[in-house]
Design a protein around this ligand. Structure first.
Ligand code: SF4
Ligand code: SF4
Length: 228
């Protein structure tokens, strides 16, 4: 099942090809979610960004690393960076947050869930965001709906600046890791520090984006001495 991603892959944005042309925000988009939960079952592609984990952690009042341990698989993304995805339940293959057929974290659901059945691309370095329709037949029609209204209602528009910054930061970090010669132990240390900076080192009582910037600045200082 296709999911949102930028043109340059980053954690939270698996690499897939958009199935259709970008939609105009003024375009009609007469869609309302029926809450059937189909997009919450049998998925191993619900990849999280740092903002996704931060929002889930705030919703659950748990530290980000605890939420990752409890509900996510940790893996290495195709860009070489540490990444997280929601771990389906072993018994039902459903998302761990699907409870009684409903999303228990709906106000803090990840971007991939908030977008569905839309996909998203972020062009870098300019940060242009485009939306496209995935081949999904779900939901119910609402008269007069537009894409702009849907993006507003789903909270996707409000988080665009953080999602663009995340995609750019991950691209830059993955390029640095690919191009910088590092001894094996130094690479391991670099990846662990990157994981903390991208996902874990956040206070939940402070906004995400300024903390991401602080983490990236601290990460740059920490990575520099690791070069051969
Ligand atoms: S986080 Fe919520 S919307 Fe997303 S897959 Fe899980 S239950 Fe469904
Ligand atoms: S987005 Fe579609 S598949 Fe997912 S819960 Fe809503 S109607 Fe069902």
């Amino acid at each position: 099942m296709p999911i949102p991603r930028p043109e340059k892959p980053a954690p939270g944005f698996p690499s897939l090809t958009p199935p259709g042309p970008p939609l105009s925000e003024a375009a009609p988009f007469p869609f309302r979610c029926k809450g059937c939960g189909s997009c919450c079952r049998g998925r191993r592609d619900l990849v999280l960004s740092g903002l996704d984990l931060y929002r889930l952690s705030a919703r659950l009042s748990l530290p980000p690393e605890t939420v990752a341990e409890g509900f996510c698989d940790r893996y290495t993304g195709e860009n070489g960076l540490p990444a997280l995805r929601l771990r389906p339940r072993r018994d039902t293959a459903a998302c761990p947050f699907l409870t009684g057929g409903r999303c228990a974290v709906h106000p803090a659901r990840p971007l991939a869930c908030a977008l569905y059945p839309l996909g998203q691309t972020i062009s870098l370095p300019d940060g242009t965001v485009s939306y496209f329709l995935q081949p999904a037949a779900c939901g119910e029609p609402i008269p007069g709906g537009t894409l702009a209204q849907h993006l507003e209602d789903s909270g996707v528009k409000a988080r665009e600046p953080a999602d663009i910054r995340w995609a750019a930061a991950c691209l830059s970090l993955s390029e640095w890791l690919r191009e910088t010669p590092l001894a094996p132990l130094a690479r391991k240390i670099a990846l662990r520090r990157a994981e903390k900076a991208l996902y874990f080192h956040y206070r939940l009582d402070a906004p995400f984006l300024p903390q991401l910037e602080e983490n990236l600045a601290a990460l740059r200082r920490a990575l520099s001495p690791l070069q051969k």
